[in-house]
Design a protein around this ligand. Structure first.
Ligand code: AMP
Length: 302
């Protein structure tokens, strides 16, 4: 049992109203791997430059994260900068320097090809399809995407969507992809494109999930202090897929519980800058907050 994730590993510049840093290890695959590793071994396929040091790798020490698919290419690691508004509701991208990520051609090592679950983080949809052609019948394939690909590569995106089981995107992307402002209608349109399960992340408002004849909604965990929303979505996906990989049957109950574990990981992620909170998070804290979630959202058994 293991999960394969393919996506970005980056150095981020982060500016939030309370904290800043100019070289934080980030990237979707990093947040995903840290979060999913609470549940299951994670196999990472990504590329970094020759500026990526042993100290940078150390964030994964002591976790079941296999970095043998982390390729080092000549050049610079992908860099991304983001600045948040005072109330954290808006994010401005300061810059995106693709570096070695520009020529990223994921090659899945032989020993990763049997991973039971696969998560295609936000990369070019053609690369996502290419990864799918390299793996051997996983139990479930999940994917993320972003407005950039929805706008610029619609045909390639359609091809990707037709082959996956679960799409995990945010509400803005769901509206754009579904061509409808109403999320219920947008979800129906997106599910016609392929993914039988659609998970829509709504930031501080929680998560909506549509699958077969089942719908599920939850709030996000109420926090007294949010420091940095960067990576919350990728942490959600890591918790969601990581927990799913521990379940024998991927039924509605498993998906609902996975959504809560995803929300738990997302909520911890935003408590500190970049990956700082995930790096010191414990399994006990994860399960404790999962229990708090149960009490928080229970209205029937009191
Ligand atoms: P999120 O907050 O979920 O949007 O994820 C933020 C992370 O995504 C940061 O750590 C960035 O390094 C990474 N990121 C930003 N832009 C891109 C992109 N175009 N492709 C891949 N990863 C990106």
């Amino acid at each position: 049992m293991s999960i394969l994730v393919v996506g970005s590993v980056a150095f981020d510049v982060l500016k939030t109203p309370t904290k800043e840093a100019d070289r934080v290890l980030g990237g979707a695959a990093t947040y995903f791997a840290l979060s999913a590793s609470f549940f299951t071994p994670v196999n990472v396929v990504a590329v970094v430059g020759d500026d990526f040091t042993q100290a940078d790798r150390a964030i994964f020490n002591g976790r079941s994260v296999d970095l043998s698919g982390l390729e080092t290419a000549r050049g610079k690691t992908f860099r991304w900068g983001g600045e948040y508004s005072r109330d954290l509701s808006e994010r401005t991208t300061l810059f995106t320097d693709l570096g070695v990520f520009e020529k990223f051609q994921p090659t899945i090592p032989e020993h990763f090809r049997h991973s039971s679950l696969v998560f295609l983080a936000n990369i070019h949809p053609t690369l996502q399809v290419d990864v799918m052609s390299q793996v051997r019948s996983p139990r479930l394939i999940g994917a993320d995407t972003m407005n950039y690909w929805i706008d610029r590569t619609p045909a390639e995106l359609r091809e990707m969507l037709s082959r996956i089981d679960v799409l995990v995107i945010n509400d803005e992307e769901a509206r754009q992809l579904g061509g409808e402002h109403n999320l219920v209608r947008a979800a129906a349109r997106i599910r016609e494109m392929g993914p039988s399960t659609l998970v829509i992340k709504r930031g501080e408002y929680g998560v909506l999930c549509f699958r077969e004849n089942e719908r599920f909604a939850t709030v996000s965990f109420p926090l007294e202090m949010v420091v940095d929303p960067t990576g919350a979505g990728d942490s959600f996906a890591g918790g969601f897929m990581g927990y799913l990989s521990t379940r024998a049957v991927l039924d509605h109950q498993a998906v609902r519980q996975a959504i809560i574990f995803g929300s738990v990981l997302g909520s911890f992620c935003v408590e500190d800058l970049g990956t700082a909170r995930l790096a010191r998070l414990t399994r006990d804290e994860v399960y404790e907050r999962y229990q708090e979630f149960k009490t928080l959202t229970d209205f029937a058994s009191l």
